[in-house]
Design a protein around this ligand. Structure first.
Ligand code: ATR
Length: 271
């Protein structure tokens, strides 16, 4: 019988997850299909019920349901509990188990480049759900100091407190007062750049010692990435995190290594 997978969220029509997972099924000859299913905010409970009825094998969760989905799980992984959000759910005979592959999916391209995190200083721009998974990842990998910068300072303070509670040295600052020279890693986890806006921080002091990672994948070359490239920083692209989290979700569901190159090929073809 064909196994069905889905991504739920709203908006969902531009999601690249169906292309990525369907390419993986094709590469491995799996009798599976993956669809995008729009569930508006406030309709998660009903939406989940209909997924149960069609015996969905597993699904990804995206904006705006990553946090609310936690209450509909029968079991949650340790990462999910720490982050307080889930992006991947498996269905084993009606039992929904939640995972969060955003954190390790984010870390994967850093590890692949053999860039050390332990003992380093990190600047995270943004304080939403994505920033939270990223901060948890840096704490897990032993970052020495984490500074959170956000348009709304209160949210940056809350996220810094979350990082402190996990055991890191953390503080917060406004976007205008950022001094990039203090950090090795500069991460953009705001939505600034999605519409080709200028970088959320000044890039003048970015240099070859910096690792600049923008989690926006569309457009691939945000203004922050373009400026940082000019200044010879090491660049990590948002599509790499997208692929990293998708590959990990794939492995949870199918219990085999994800066909990373096939997934990457279809994703880059879509740009
Ligand atoms: P996600 O789950 O992807 O992290 P989110 O929770 O909506 O999405 O978070 C979006 C982030 O982008 C927030 O940090 C937001 O800042 P605020 O907390 O001040 O809202 C940031 N952001 C969005 N638009 C912005 C803008 N025009 N300038 C600066 N930051 C912005």
């Amino acid at each position: 019988m064909v196994k069905t997978f889905a991504v739920i969220g709203d908006p969902i029509e531009h999601s690249l997850s169906p292309s990525i997972h369907n390419a993986a099924f094709k590469a491995l000859n799996l009798d599976c299909t993956y669809i995008a299913y729009r569930i508006p905010r406030g309709e998660l409970k009903e939406g989940i019920e209909s997924l149960r009825q069609i015996k969905i094998s597993g699904f990804n969760v995206t904006i705006p349901h990553k946090i609310e989905m936690m209450q509909y799980l029968d079991e949650a992984s340790a990462e999910c509990k720490v982050i307080g959000a889930t992006n991947t759910v498996s269905n084993d005979n009606g039992k929904f188990t939640g995972y969060n592959t955003d954190m390790d999916g984010f870390l994967e391209p850093i590890k692949k480049r053999n860039i050390g995190i332990s003992g380093e200083s990190v600047l995270v721009l943004g304080s939403g759900g994505a920033a939270r998974a990223i901060v948890a990842g840096f704490v897990k990998e032993g970052a020495k100091k984490i500074t959170i910068s956000n348009r709304t300072l209160q949210k940056a303070q809350d996220l810094a407190e979350f990082a402190s509670d996990l055991g890191a040295e953390a503080d917060s600052i406004t976007l205008q007062n950022v001094d990039v020279s203090k950090y090795k890693f500069v991460i953009n986890a705001t939505s600034v750049g999605l519409k080709n806006e200028p970088s959320p921080i000044s890039t003048n002091a970015i240099n070859a010692n910096h690792v600049v990672y923008d989690i926006i994948y569309m457009p691939m070359n945000t203004d922050l990435i373009q400026q940082s490239k000019k200044n010879s920083a090491t660049i990590i692209y948002g599509y790499e995190m997208l692929l990293g989290q998708a590959a990990l979700a794939f492995q949870i569901w199918h219990k085999v290594q994800a066909p990373y190159e096939a997934m990457k090929k279809v994703l880059l073809g879509g740009f």
